[in-house]
Design a protein around this ligand. Sequence first.
Ligand code: NAD
Length: 488
Amino acid sequence: MTKPIFIAGEWKLGRGPVRATYFPADGSLNAEIATASAEDVEEAVQAAERAWRAPQWRNSMPHERAAVLYRVADLITQRVDELAAMQTRDNGKPLAETRGLVMSAAATARYFAAACETLDEQLPAQRSSEFMTLSVHEPLGVIAAITPWNSPIASEMQKIAPALAGGNAVVLKPADATPLAALALAELFEEAGLPKGLLSVLPGRGSVVGEALAAHPLVRKISFTGGTGTGRHLAHVAAEKLIPTSLELGGKSPTIVFDDADLELAAKGVAYGIFSSSGQACIAGSRLFVHASVYGRFLDRLLELTRNLRVGHPEAPGTHMGPLISEAHLESVAAFVEQAKAQGGEILCGGARLTEGDLARGSYYPPTIISGLSNRASVCQDEIFGPVLVVLKFDDEADLLAQANDSVFGLAAGIWSEDFRRAWRFGRLLEAGTIWINTYKKFSISAPFGGFKESGLGREKGRLGVLEYMQQKSLYVGLSDNPNPWCN
Ligand code: NAD
């Protein structure tokens, strides 16, 4: 039976074509899901506009909006296993990872609930005894939230929670390949008592549903996570309408192992930084710079750890890496590796799809390490979004800095060094929105996240993340008996 979608507070079949989604581990059918059409976008946006302007939401106090988010967080927490299993079938990530994503969605809802109910408005420094000034924040209106397939539920909650906390309405377009978690979230918000129309979830093609949504005249902000090309296009759409965007885009993050690093910790951190999620992470540490004096030793240990990673069924306990999201994506990853070989790269491990036994039924690609290329090679400049690591040797710090920053991207970077002053100094010089020192791919909801350069615009998370979905208003209140003596 075709699964309905959530349009303007009602579960119904969208007017787009029915879309089947498949389990990337074995290609079996997951679900047949209705998708939205441009007419459905119109209906959802109109309902969202009415819903956020309705007195029930417009006049709601922050703690009342927070209450909905706390209830949703509780509901998510009660259903962690069910939601994680659903997401694993949707995008093939191992269960341990999808459980983490589900828990992080609950934590995000709680955090933005707390942030909004404790956010103070300002009484700015006063400049006159004849009037007083106040500065308050108000919602923007209808928010278009558009998300990718690699971390559903977590990336969706990072947009829905601050947007609703700020008093807005949200129309969400999840990725074509992974709509199930977003639809499950809609069910939970409905159960938590969110007034009708404040959230719609419209699966469908980016070029149809995403495009119609972003361009809709009533949409007052585009909050996008996805590829840099799509983000650039949406920035143009937003510029036409003079509305704000927040763009969480691609990356090609450098990881640096200095000669004084704890090599055992660093090797484990580097392997996790690139190969967890099968490398399908915007922050994957995909360019590795190792100091020449420890290069051989470090690489031996990294190769040993990498060869021991278990690539397999994402539902099996102990699996480190599941399949890639789709055959098409596997072909794109494999094409990058072929390109690297053609450019003189040496494949130190991996480098060809896995087809043994049950792995033949899914899109499995092994962890792959390539050496012998320069930072200008296409595999060092383009985002592969797969389990492919390129290793480079350095011996001069100034040259290292130039190479690490020689990228259009600036999302994240990792530094492994026991000399904290050196790591700090170097971290401040790297052009990236997040720097990990002696750790990698760790997150705190209270630390703002976003990219430098072509990795994005704006910041998600952090207490002030809620203000990204609000606009400021100044009020002047006269205190004088004769405020405007000009025309006495
Ligand atoms: P994508 O850009 O192809 O798609 C992202 C979303 O945009 C999908 O929902 C898609 O349907 C929609 N879309 C596509 N064309 C559109 C259009 N013309 N108008 C409106 N919407 C449109 O990205 P993807 O392949 O789903 O995801 C992988 C990318 O996401 C990688 O580049 C990765 O680095 C990036 N990403 C970034 C972050 C971050 O926080 N910086 C997090 C996760 C993923």
